[in-house]
Each structure stands twice: as structure tokens, then as C-alpha cells.
Ligand binder design. Structure first.
Ligand SMILES: [Zn+2]
Length: 134
């Protein structure tokens, strides 16, 4: 993977990953239609606008969906969970961690940002969210 130097992107993967490392989630918001994304996009998926602004997203959200990966790719230990986390108006794909549980966390479960994987199974950085237990 080479550095993303796409000038048209308001938020690049590098800035996005740096934000994750420092414990925040950098999203982008469309100035034209208001759509919000949890990962860098160069073009608004809703209206096609390139007028996108960086926006800070909350680091706590809820699980929108979750999938158990039973057979992990080479170099990864399975099983683990991958889910889509709802953060405010945005959704973000993330690794979901849970303390010592074999059962999948339930939808709508509160999760909190706990770290970043430098390279996930697609070779891209990915946020890690941990299920909040009480
Ligand atoms: Zn838009």
C-alpha cells in the first residue's frame, strides 16, 4: 500500500488513521446534502458532491450489525467479530472485541473505540471497538 495522496479527498486514510491512533474518529460530512461518512470518501455517495468537510465523530456508538469470522485469513487469529458501528449519523466498519465471550454481541449493544489495527485482512487500517460491559 502506498500513501494516499489523492488531493480531492478532504480526509485521507493517513489523517484518518492518525486520528484513530490518538483516540478519535475522523469522519467526513457532505456540505451539499449533509450525509456523513465514518471513513474517507472522495465523493459523496448520496449526491456525488466533492464538497466534503472533516468532522469529528463520537467514539462511542452502538452495533448496527456484526459478523463472526470463523476462519481467519492467514496472519490473523480467529474467530473474531467484524461489525458496523453506528456513530452519530455515520456508520463505520470495525473489528469488534469482547472480553472472553464466544457468543456474538447483540445488535444495538453499546461499543467504544479502543484502538486501531494497522492492517486488517484487506491491508487497510481498521478501528477496534470494544463492547461495553457493566
Ligand atoms: Zn452529498
Amino acid at each position: 500500500m502506498s500513501a494516499n495522496t489523492n488531493e480531492s479527498a478532504s480526509v485521507g486514510y493517513e489523517a484518518w488513521t492518525d486520528a484513530l491512533r490518538s483516540g478519535s474518529v475522523l469522519g467526513v460530512s457532505c456540505a451539499d446534502c449533509g450525509a456523513t461518512y465514518g471513513t474517507p470518501v472522495a465523493v459523496c455517495h448520496d449526491c456525488g458532491s466533492r464538497d466534503l468537510e472533516p468532522v469529528d465523530l463520537p467514539t462511542e456508538g452502538t452495533l448496527h450489525s456484526v459478523t463472526r469470522i470463523n476462519v481467519a485469513p492467514v496472519g490473523f487469529e480467529g474467530p473474531y467479530y467484524v461489525g458496523i458501528v453506528q456513530l452519530g449519523d455515520a456508520r463505520i466498519t470495525a473489528r469488534i472485541e469482547r472480553d472472553g465471550a464466544d457468543t456474538a454481541p447483540e445488535i444495538e449493544t453499546p461499543v467504544v473505540l479502543s484502538g486501531v489495527i494497522e492492517e486488517d485482512e484487506n491491508g487497510l487500517p481498521a478501528p477496534v471497538f470494544t463492547v461495553e460491559t457493566d
